[in-house]
Design a protein around this ligand. Structure first.
Ligand code: C2E
Ligand code: MG
Ligand code: MG
Ligand code: MG
Length: 283
């Protein structure tokens, strides 16, 4: 009897394995298609940059983050949460990253011509940052657009600090010498070592939206947000809370002297033209 039961279990197991193999194969195929399409996206002009305001406690824009958008020629929208990690894994991010930097320069020049003087934040992925010639590349792109590094904040994630710390610090310092400021994106979700905070040339911390989402209701998130705010204050760093969606969140953040907020409550990511339409010229 136990033999029969075992036989049955094995049979069921085999079916399950076949099922998982099928699902995995479909996933692999989808990934390959996405990878192929992404490698053509730039040439097909399927990519564009949008910007999202970062506002101070009065709601005045004091910064803007640039975010990539990919709409395939067939109309299909692909989320950056899906294609950015893929671009990072395949190395395509290097080509995309160069393009983003050029776009960022053009947007800064457009903003300036409409009187907006705030710095523009650009996401820089770890692989992009680790390029041996990254500093020279940035310097060349800036000078091609007649811009100083002072116009930019580079958002990097904690993943950058897992390895090659000496090299990372040296490169950050070289970029800081061009005027570029650094922000730690999604702060608190990655490898958080308090040690690196005092060794790096930092300007800003961005509180990840997963912590912002449940304030002021969730006691744990409240504790984390307050801890980040007080630590940043002592270290002399600016703080941006990301993913601010409700008045309650904003009120809580302002009461706890958070400098700057970004989220759907204030504005959704939009093209420069739409942004200008909504905000108007600065002067
Ligand atoms: P991130 O840098 O942390 O960007 C913030 C994300 O939060 C963006 O998602 C933005 O659209 C979203 N967001 C803004 N306000 C709210 C809000 O109130 N509620 C919610 N739920 N979400 C909000 P997005 O645009 O989908 O980008 C996802 C991630 O993809 C980014 O996270 C960033 O890591 C990466 N990414 C986007 N553009 C670029 C790029 O040009 N280069 C690189 N290397 N990475 C990029
Ligand atoms: Mg970011
Ligand atoms: Mg972020
Ligand atoms: Mg995030």
């Amino acid at each position: 009897e136990s033999d029969t039961a075992m036989y049955r279990a094995k049979g069921a197991g085999r079916n399950q394995i076949a099922f998982f193999e099928g699902a995995m194969q479909a996933e692999v195929e989808q990934r390959l298609i996405l990878e192929r399409d992404l490698s053509r996206a730039l040439d097909l002009c399927e990519l564009r940059m949008v910007m999202q305001a970062q506002v101070d406690q009065d709601g005045t824009p004091v910064g803007a983050e640039l975010l990539m958008r990919w709409t395939k020629t067939n109309g299909e929208f692909v989320s950056p949460a899906l294609f950015i990690p893929l671009a990072e894994e395949t190395g395509l991010i290097l080509k995309l990253g160069d393009w983003v930097l050029h776009q960022a320069c053009e947007i800064v020049n457009q903003l300036r011509s409409h009187g907006w003087m705030f710095p523009v934040s650009v996401n820089v992925s770890p692989k992009q940052f680790r390029q041996q010639d990254f500093v020279e590349k940035v310097r060349d792109i800036l000078s091609a657009h007649h811009l100083s590094g002072k116009e930019f904040v580079f958002e990097v994630t904690e993943g950058l600090f897992i390895s090659d710390m000496q090299e990372t610090i040296a490169r950050m310092n070289a970029l800081a010498a061009l005027g570029i400021r650094f922000s730690i994106d999604d702060f608190g979700t990655g490898y958080s070592s308090l040690f690196y905070l005092k060794r790096l040339p930092l300007y800003e911390l961005k509180i990840d939206k997963s912590f912002v989402q449940d304030v002021p209701g969730d006691a744990n998130d409240v504790a984390i947000v307050r801890m980040i705010l007080s630590m940043a204050k002592h270290l002399g760093l600016r703080v941006v809370a990301e993913g601010v969606e409700t008045k309650e969140q904003a009120t809580y953040l302002i009461e706890n002297s958070c400098d700057c907020m970004q989220g759907f409550l204030f504005s959704k990511p939009a093209s420069f033209q739409d942004w200008l339409g909504k905000q108007g010229p600065a002067c």
